[in-house]
Design a protein around this ligand. Structure first.
Ligand code: THU
Length: 126
């Protein structure tokens, strides 16, 4: 896979973050099965627990656009546990790729299975 467009979008999305409390801006970009890319950035809240991470913002944008299968995500930070579980809902853990990218040249790639082993997913409830 050519990670460059996905990484570029995640870096661009960082500028959209609303992070007045942590000053920690995160950008993410999801590649869906359709081939489309959806971006997201973290949105904080005065009630800190209501904050939404960049990864979930991007995933929810994709799902709200009708996507149900996601292929990969690029993000400027290592994803938190909650976001890994949300990825699991719409991804095959063995093939879904998580690209943790500091820049176009400095990135690491993991499968979802590597970052969320022995996971619980929707098929358990089918
Ligand atoms: N954050 C993300 O958006 N994604 C991550 O992968 C790690 C953390 C956000 C949440 C909060 O707005 C800020 O970064 C500090 O935790």
């Amino acid at each position: 896979m050519d990670y460059a467009p996905l990484i570029a979008k995640s870096l661009e999305m960082r500028k959209a973050a609303y992070a007045p409390y942590s000053q920690f801006s995160v950008g993410a970009a999801v590649l869906a099965e359709s081939g489309r890319i959806y971006g997201g950035a973290n949105v904080e809240n005065a009630s800190y627990g209501a904050t939404v991470c960049a990864e979930r913002a991007a995933i929810f944008a994709a799902v709200n656009a009708g996507e149900r299968k996601l292929r990969a995500i690029a993000v400027t930070e290592t994803p938190c546990g909650v976001c890994r579980q949300v990825m699991r809902e719409f991804a095959d853990p063995k093939s879904f790729e998580i690209v943790v990218a500091k820049s176009a040249a400095d990135f690491r790639v993991f499968t979802l299975e590597a970052l969320l082993p022995e996971s619980f997913g929707p098929e358990a409830l089918a």
